[in-house]
Design a protein around this ligand. Structure first.
Ligand code: NAD
Ligand code: TDX
Length: 332
């Protein structure tokens, strides 16, 4: 049994990770979360206090981070500014949280010799053409496109440098697009589900040909647990479930599962610098660590996610209007 410090544990993937830890391990969890617009304390409110404690504060607060790392066995770093569209409106919190915050954590785990796992994204590799047979591997050169992905790329490089120069005991994972419960409704899938619930037509950026490689959030988190158990220090593991789908196809599937005509959506302004396609080759994770996705079927995972948003309107309703107002201002 260990003491885990989980940064960003009140966000989408972090919440699902903490809930998985409480349900399926003996670890005790301290969540460090700044409770930005993306954090929601209600996501953790039902967890037993002797298993999960929430500390509200920033990963860029060196004194606070030092005191929490001092009392932890393992740090898993999810906290980030995570939305590409926000990074195009105002990059500054992305620099502060994703770069400075990671630096602060690295200095603390270096001081205490603490095991550290860094959560990152496939977006650090840039994008692929639609007809390119290649997929991203651990050896693909970094080539990020947006302020968001460039700060994530920079944070990964900080980790690699702290491993090599200071012997920090770290692993990194770069995962593809996650879907599932507790995802902020600014993101593609929950935005469209909650639009349909509200009788509003889903919004597709540009022509909607862009491809994302979807993975259920639980499969991402099971891979992270496996890396903590058996991953080799200093290594990077790509996490993906062979879930490539075009955005147009995903919108049509949401409409179909919610009993709407499949063409009842609008094309809206495209995202600046919009990455065309992401695709992960997760051979290393599968062969070295024996991980396999448990959600084989995107359609049933999506149907369960739709049910979750229908059943948990109290969770997302308070932020729907403000989220849509930001999009409306951008013609999206
Ligand atoms: P999210 O935006 O839902 O959650 C981020 C959490 O971090 C929020 O609870 C927020 O309050 C917290 N946070 C923000 N700034 C902070 C700070 N300075 N100090 C402490 N906490 C702070 O994001 P998510 O989708 O859950 O993503 C989690 C991690 O996974 C990120 O590092 C992201 O880059 C990575 N990732 C996400 C995806 C995806 O599809 N969502 C895919 C691959 C990797
Ligand atoms: O309303 C929309 N309409 C639309 O067509 C929104 C919000 C998005 N899109 C498109 C843009 C992307 O091609 O859908 C796709 C997915 O968009 P997002 O949910 O914003 O995800 P993406 O930009 O691909 O990044 C996500 O995956 C990688 C996460 O937000 C990142 O944190 C993660 O690193």
């Amino acid at each position: 049994m260990g003491r885990l410090l989980v940064t960003g544990g009140a966000g989408f993937i972090g919440t699902n990770f903490v809930r998985l830890l409480v349900d399926s391990t003996d670890h005790t969890v301290t969540v460090l979360d700044a409770m930005t617009y993306a954090g929601n304390a209600n996501s953790l409110a039902d967890l037993p206090a002797n298993r999960c404690r929430l500390v509200i504060g920033s990963v860029s607060d060196a004194e606070l981070v030092d005191s929490l790392v001092a009392e932890s066995d393992i740090v898993v770093h999810f906290a980030a500014e995570s939305h590409n569209d926000n990074s195009l409106r105002d990059p500054s919190p992305f620099i502060q949280t994703n770069l400075v915050g990671t630096y602060v954590l690295l200095e603390a785990v270096r001081k205490y010799g603490t095991r550290y796992h860094h959560i990152s994204t496939d977006e650090v590799y840039g994008d692929l053409e639609l007809d390119d047979p290649a997929r991203f591997t651990e050896n693909t050169p970094y080539n990020p496109s947006s302020p968001y992905s460039s700060t994530k790329a920079g944070s990964d490089l900080l980790v690699r440098a702290w491993v090599r120069s200071f012997g920090v005991q770290a692993t990194i994972s770069n995962c593809s697009n996650n879907y599932g419960p507790y995802q902020h409704i600014e993101k593609f899938i929950p935005r469209q589900i909650t639009n349909v619930i509200d009788g509003v037509r889903p919004k597709l950026y540009g022509a909607g040909l862009n491809v994302r490689d979807w993975i259920h959030v639980t499969d991402h988190n099971l891979a992270v647990l496996r890396i903590l158990e058996a991953g080799r220090l200093g290594e990077t593991y790509l996490i993906g479930a062979d879930g490539e789908l075009g955005n147009k196809t995903v919108i049509e599937l949401i409409l179909q599962l919610m009993d709407q005509p499949v063409d009842a959506y609008d094309h809206v302004n495209d995202r600046a610098g919009h990455d065309m396609r992401y695709a992960i080759d997760s051979t290393k994770l599968r062969t070295e660590l024996g991980w396999e996705p448990t959600y084989g079927d995107f359609e049933s995972g999506l149907a369960a996610t739709i049910d979750w948003y229908r059943a948990n309107e109290d969770w997302w309703r308070p932020v729907k209007q403000a989220t849509e107002a930001k999009y409306a201002a951008a013609g999206q």
